[in-house]
Design a protein around this ligand. Structure first.
Ligand SMILES: [Zn+2]
Length: 253
C-alpha cells in the first residue's frame, strides 16, 4: 500500500521542530514534545511538559515519512507510552523519576484492588512539589505486562484463592514480563544527570542501574492500604521481592 501523501510544508516544519529520533537496537524511537499540559492534582493546577513516543523499524531523519505512515498504522489499536516532565528536568540536581506501569482499573476507574491510582497521583504531586522530575507512563505494562484481558482472567483466579503471582503463572505468563528499555532510552535523551527513583520495587531499581543509569537515591511510595488490596500488597512483598514499608510496597509498581 502506498503511504505517499502530500503534506502542507508548514505542517511538516512545525512537527519537525518537536520530533527527535532516538536510535535503538530494533530500529528507532520517535519522541515528540514538549507539549504544554496543565494537570489538575488535588484541585491545584501544575504545569507539565508532555512527550509521547512511538517505536518504528524505519530509522529516518525525514519525519515526513513517519507522519505519512500514521493514518494507516491503526495506532489506536496499539499502545503508546508517554512522559510528563516538570521543572528544569534536564539540568536540575535531584530530579524525581517515576516509572508508572499503566493500570486501566486502578488509574482510570480508581479500583482499590491495587494501589496504582494512588501511586500515580501521589507521584505527580511529589514531582510537582519537589520542583523537578518526570513520570513515565508505560502503556505496554498492563497487569505487569500480561495485558488487560489477561488481567481480567487473573482477577477471576484471584477471586478464587490464587494470589497475584500464581494467577499470572497459571495463565502461562511470567510473573513480571515488563521491559523498561525504551523508557530508559527516552529518559537518557531528556536527562543525563543522576535521578532519584520513586518506587517500592527493587526490580525497577535494578533495571535502571543495569541500563547504566545513575540512580542516586530511592524514595518510597506507600499508602491507600485497604481491605481490598491488603492481600495483594502482602503478596508483592512476600513473593515479588518488593521492599516493605519503611524498608518499602505494591502490584504494578
Ligand atoms: Zn493496579
Amino acid at each position: 500500500m502506498s503511504v505517499v501523501k502530500s503534506f502542507d510544508p508548514n505542517v511538516i516544519s512545525l512537527l519537525q521542530q518537536k520530533i527527535q529520533l532516538i536510535k535503538t537496537d530494533k530500529g528507532a524511537i520517535y519522541l515528540v514534545g514538549p507539549i504544554k499540559l496543565p494537570v489538575n492534582l488535588f484541585g491545584e493546577t501544575y504545569l507539565f511538559q508532555w512527550y509521547c513516543w512511538l517505536n518504528c523499524n524505519e530509522v529516518t531523519e525525514d519525519f515526513e515519512r513517519i507522519v505519512a505512515k500514521l493514518s494507516a498504522a491503526n495506532l489506536a489499536e496499539l499502545q503508546q507510552s508517554s512522559v510528563l516532565v516538570h521543572g528544569d528536568f534536564q539540568q536540575a540536581e535531584h530530579a524525581l523519576i517515576r516509572f508508572h506501569s499503566i493500570c486501566h482499573t486502578g488509574d482510570i476507574f480508581g479500583s482499590k484492588r491495587c494501589d496504582c491510582g494512588y501511586q500515580l497521583k501521589q507521584s505527580l504531586k511529589h514531582i510537582a512539589e519537589h520542583g523537578h522530575g518526570a513520570l513515565f507512563y508505560l502503556a505496554n505494562h498492563e497487569g505487569r505486562g500480561i495485558g488487560l484481558f489477561s488481567k481480567a482472567l487473573a482477577y477471576i483466579l484471584q477471586e478464587n484463592g490464587y494470589d497475584t503471582v500464581d494467577a499470572n503463572v497459571q495463565l502461562g505468563f511470567a510473573d513480571d514480563a515488563r521491559d523498561y528499555g525504551d523508557a530508559i532510552q527516552v529518559l537518557k535523551t531528556l536527562r543525563i544527570k543522576p535521578v532519584t527513583l520513586i518506587t517500592n520495587n527493587p526490580k525497577k531499581l535494578e533495571a535502571l542501574r543495569k541500563a547504566g543509569l545513575d540512580v542516586e537515591e530511592r524514595v518510597q511510595l506507600w499508602g491507600d492500604v485497604s481491605e481490598y488490596n491488603e492481600k495483594y500488597l502482602k503478596t508483592k512483598i512476600e513473593r515479588s521481592g518488593h521492599f516493605k514499608e519503611g524498608d518499602a510496597c505494591c502490584d504494578n509498581d
